[in-house]
Design a protein around this ligand. Structure first.
Ligand SMILES: [Zn+2]
Length: 353
């Protein structure tokens, strides 16, 4: 079968590998649509960073790994001992794997597992292939008629769902989202679905600010030409936003997220950082601000996002900016995301095409 595998920096190949066996407690899936994630791009440009070069502590996976951790598909085989799923079921796959017995897992936070692994990233099974076997509990059934292309967007939306859950969203009227990449845009949609009145996006790209407006932002600003903090103050009786989400991974963005919130406001960091940002601890003390992190998603978030899309509370279709074939994953996928960054939000690989 075909598998798009990461061999190293700038080196993704369509390899012919053996079809996986559906083990006990697993389901074998025919992938339908697969998204390319910012983390995939990081590995392509500068990796291997997280992708293991020696056997992963939990999965045993190592280079070359099959990519694809944002995906949907149809169950084609059900392993021994699996209940509640059958051949023909359409599913979205929750990729994060945990050991279940480290202190984080025992604490009830498998998303923060010390041996955290990912299907399609740090295991040797991924969605960018003709067949993939995954633990049955990671295959989340879709309701009747739920489009398989939208199902490939569920994973990034669960990251946003969890980030919004971590923040005190129930009491928030005004939120700032710093960075209009796929995760920032996912946060915008979840904030809208959760009833936040003012959703302010700070993003330098014109095209991405347009996407933000289509997906639910009520105000968009360009941090190059606008004083975003002053604009937020003007919209909030000089108080500042209740909550902010750092989705840019840049110092200037982090500063905007922190300076834009009110006294006792909360900044949730969703972006992944290579360098350590500087934090104005005096400001945090003086205005009793909260800074929290949000990692991946929690159990139940896949179901919640699927329900929100099915109910029409989230319509992520505008996020899909192109659909390509597996053979074109490097040229029209990874390279397009590097060279035409502003044009794209999510590129999906159509496995059947
Ligand atoms: Zn663990």
């Amino acid at each position: 079968m075909r598998a798009a595998r990461f061999h190293g920096r700038g080196d993704i190949r369509i390899d012919q590998i053996e079809e996986p066996v559906c083990g006990e407690g697993e389901v074998k899936i025919r992938p339908a649509f697969v998204g390319i994630c910012g983390s995939d791009l990081h590995e392509y440009l500068g990796g291997p960073i997280v992708i293991p070069t020696k056997p992963h502590a939990l999965t045993g996976g190592q280079l070359p790994v099959t990519l694809g951790h944002e995906f949907s598909g149809t169950i084609e085989e059900v392993g021994q001992g699996v209940t509640g799923l059958k051949v023909g079921d359409r599913v979205a796959v929750r990729p994060n794997l945990s050991d279940g017995d480290c202190p984080s897992c025992v604490f009830g936070r498998p998303n923060c597992c010390r041996k955290l692994g990912f299907i399609g990233f740090s295991s040797n099974a991924g969605g960018l292939s003709d067949h993939v076997a995954v633990p049955a509990k990671h295959a989340i059934p879709l309701p009747e008629g739920f489009p398989l292309d939208l199902a490939a967007l569920v994973e990034p939306l669960t990251v946003a769902w969890h980030a919004v859950d971590r923040s005190p969203v129930e009491t928030a009227q005004t939120a700032i989202v710093v960075g209009g990449g796929p995760i920032g845009l996912a946060v915008v949609q979840v904030l809208k679905a959760r009833g936040v009145k003012n959703i302010i996006v700070a993003e330098v790209s014109d095209q991405r600010r347009e996407y933000a407006q289509i997906l639910g932002a009520t105000h968009v600003f360009n941090p190059i030409t606008d004083d975003v903090v002053a604009k937020v103050r003007a919209l909030t009786n000089d108080a500042g936003a209740d909550i902010s989400f750092e989705c840019s991974g840049a110092q200037a963005g982090f500063d905007t997220a922190m300076n834009g919130i009110r006294v006792r406001g909360t900044t949730t960091i969703v972006s992944l950082w290579e360098k350590k940002p500087v934090i104005d601890a005096f400001d945090v003390v003086s205005y009793e601000k909260h800074v929290i992190g949000a990692a991946i998603c929690e159990d139940g978030d896949f179901e919640a996002v699927i329900e929100a899309i099915a109910a029409g509370k989230i319509n992520p279709r505008p996020m899909i900016t192109s659909k390509i074939r597996m053979e074109d994953v490097e040229e029209k996928g990874f390279k397009a995301l590097v060279n035409e960054k502003d044009k794209h939000v999510k590129i999906l690989i159509d496995i059947e095409a």
